[in-house]
Design a protein around this ligand. Structure first.
Ligand code: SAM
Ligand code: NAG
Ligand code: NAG
Length: 243
């Protein structure tokens, strides 16, 4: 259990009370790396805030920050959340697009989350667990489920499992992000936008170039909630041009 928590934290800094509680009392018997992670986790103001706000993952604050600034999640908008587990980005998207709103007089959005892993149910979101976002079968399923078969926004906080070899992880990340262009071709509305996490490195230009071919505006952003010591960045790509 401990091992799997350590494995998971690389993808998402979990905020579950159970994990933090069992972690807090003693560091004995933990490797130095595990101890460092725990200490950082316990001191991290975003981890604390995430627990207070009931977000499933600390990463929530990155999307909040991006959306506060760029206002992409408006009521009525349809969103595909790629790599959605454990579901914090979807929590935010559901609220901001008004995906639980039932009144026909009000704009009511949609949120569909996809992940290779299981995702616990969330009111207002539709999840496709155990599915690979790079697979054409998943694309077809999304086309079937989205209102009118199309999305206004694609969000991706996806990441490959880190191998620890920075260059290799960077390359895998960039190839993974590039597959989002196929997804956009199939489900993104003209004028739609995409937010995509990546780990910066020598091939980032390839991703930027790929995005710039089909979006009018592409810019790299680094939210404050993204740790300064990490190579993590996001591309915000706006105004999708259908090919
Ligand atoms: C950092 S976590 C996402 C955290 C999420 N945004 C949240 O706020 O709860 C990255 C996720 O991407 C998923 N992922 C990686 N590759 C994927 C793929 N090819 N298809 C679907 N999900 C993928 C991982 O399983 C992992 O759960
Ligand atoms: C969201 O939907 C609810 C109920 O359908 C509605 O009362 C509310 O005004 C909507 N919010 C926005 C910002 O449109
Ligand atoms: C990461 O590892 C987990 C556990 O081994 C596995 O279930 C998941 O599919 C892997 N994710 C990726 C992106 O390869």
């Amino acid at each position: 259990m401990w091992k799997s928590s350590v494995l998971l934290h690389k993808l998402c800094i979990h905020t579950s009370a159970a994990l933090l509680k069992r972690a807090s009392p003693n560091l004995k018997g933990k490797s130095p790396a595990e101890q460092r992670w725990l200490v950082r986790q316990l001191r991290d103001p975003f981890v604390k805030a995430a627990r207070v706000e009931n977000y499933r993952c600390r990463s929530a604050f990155k999307l909040l920050e991006i959306d506060d600034k760029y206002n992409i999640l408006r009521p009525g908008v349809s969103v595909v959340d790629c790599g959605a587990a454990p579901g914090a980005w979807s929590q935010i998207a559901v609220k901001r697009v008004n995906a639980t709103g039932e009144s026909p007089d009000h704009p009511c959005g949609a949120v569909i989350g996809v992940d290779l892993l299981h995702i616990s149910p969330l009111d207002g979101a539709r999840f496709l667990p155990n599915q690979d976002i790079t697979s054409p079968a998943t694309h077809a399923e999304l086309q079937r489920l989205l209102p009118g078969g199309l999305a206004d926004v694609i969000l991706s906080d996806m990441a490959p499992n880190a191998s620890g070899f920075r260059e290799m992880d960077h390359e895998r990340m960039i190839s993974m992000c590039l597959t989002l262009l196929d997804l956009a071709d199939k489900v993104l509305k003209p004028g739609g936008c995409l937010v995509c996490k990546f780990w910066d490195g020598g091939l980032s230009w390839k991703l930027q170039q790929g995005l710039a071919e089909v979006f009018k505006e592409v810019k790299p952003i680094k939210p404050k909630a993204s740790r300064k010591d990490s190579a993590e960045l996001f591309f915000l790509a706006k105004s999708f041009k259908k090919r």
